[in-house]
Write a protein that binds this ligand. Structure first.
Ligand SMILES: Cc1cc2nc3c(=O)[nH]c(=O)nc-3n(C[C@H](O)[C@H](O)[C@H](O)COP(=O)(O)O)c2cc1C
Length: 345
């Protein structure tokens, strides 16, 4: 039976109690000094919500559209590899949870299961694919043909893992997630180091190779965002990989506003990094994101109780967002005033 989990911190606590320490640290930790990891939370914490009252908030519309796909609410599950460490049915179980909660899932390019199997567990339109270029162009082209045939709505290339970040919690414990993951049923790409050679030429190649709209994940500067749009990218994903790659970057919530201005509606915007409460989601949306993606918040749901745990985490987040919208006098996530959010310290 699924535990009730009254609040989101209860889910996180249950995951921590259940997981082996190394696995908890792999999920929870960040690169090197974990400055990026902390800064994501601090960046959100420094922002306040302006409280508007007497606004008739009986009806609140959380729905939005991402790359032409209608979403019931503006949150997505961020792509995460290594899910088999957190649940025996890993990516497939996460897809079941996404379907239960009616929430868009980005399937990780480092998934342990074939894309077809994960797609079957979440048969609706709410699924998109994250690509790691873990092989040459021939390997990617074959994979993308399978992704297209499985019904995924877009391909998002993760661009912030040219090299692997140094996660010192894992290094100190002499623990390697890749060894621990060898129990996963599907092989990973043949050459993970291929990512180091990627350039904007590969983005052009990707655009020509798939008929799906393409996105880029790991954009943190106005320059790269502009370039993405020039290269036909339709989804710009503002992210520092949840603090797991380059240490000491800006908080993603702080990188977001100038990127939104530079993109100027030419692409949809996703943001992630430290979003774990409804008020955080509201801040990301008011600062101009089309959708906010969450990683660890749903990962703890998966670890604590499988698909029902994923759905519980998402439904709590949705309730919190609804409450934050109503209490700040807002009735539509697509019409939030930018000055709803301001910096307090
Ligand atoms: C365990 C774990 C595995 C991840 N694997 C991937 C991955 O395979 N591909 C990817 O683009 N990002 C990956 N990420 C990064 C997430 O997609 C996302 O950017 C980040 O977790 C967002 O921050 P949050 O966890 O604070 O919400 C992973 C994150 C975690 C926690």
């Amino acid at each position: 039976m699924t535990p009730r989990f009254p609040t989101l911190p209860d889910i996180r606590r249950a995951a921590r109690e259940q997981l082996p320490r190394e696995v908890w640290n792999f999920g929870d930790g960040g690169a090197e000094t974990e400055t990026t990891l902390r800064r994501n939370r601090r960046g959100l914490g420094r922002l306040a919500i302006r409280q508007h009252v007497l606004a008739d908030v009986r009806e609140i519309d959380l729905s939005t559209t991402l790359l032409g796909t209608r979403l019931e609410w503006p949150v997505a599950i961020a792509p995460m590899g290594g899910l088999v460490l957190f649940h025996p049915e890993g990516d497939v179980e996460m897809a079941r949870g996404a379907a239960l909660a009616g929430t868009l899932q980005f399937l990780s390019g480092a998934a342990g299961w074939p894309v077809e199997d994960v797609a079957a567990a979440n048969p609706g339109p709410n699924k998109m694919f994250q690509l790691y270029h873990h092989g040459d162009r021939g390997w990617v082209a074959d994979l993308l043909a399978r992704v297209e045939a499985s019904g995924y709505g877009s391909v998002v290339l993760t661009a912030d893992v040219a090299l692997y970040g140094r996660r010192e919690r894992d290094i100190a414990a002499d623990w390697n997630p890749r060894d621990a993951m060898s129990i996963a049923p599907a092989p990973r790409g043949p050459d993970p180091s291929y990512q180091a050679r990627l350039t904007w030429d590969d983005v052009d190649w990707l655009r020509k190779t798939t008929k799906l709209p393409i996105g880029l994940k790991g954009i943190m500067t106005v320059r790269d965002a502009r370039r993405a749009v020039e290269h036909g990218v339709r989804l710009v994903w503002v992210s520092n990989h949840g603090g797991r790659q380059l240490d000491s970057t800006q908080a993603s919530i702080d990188a977001l506003p100038p990127i939104v201005d530079a993109v100027g509606g030419a692409a949809d915007i996703v943001v992630d990094g430290g979003f774990c409460r409804g008020t955080d989601i509201l801040k990301g949306l008011a600062r101009g994101a089309t959708v906010v993606a969450v990683g660890r918040t749903v990962l703890w749901g998966l670890a604590a109780a499988g698909a029902p745990g994923v759905a519980r985490a998402l439904n709590l987040l949705r309730e919190e967002l609804w409450t934050a919208m109503g209490l700040s006098g807002q009735t539509s996530v697509t019409k939030l005033p930018r000055d709803l959010i301001f910096r307090v310290d």
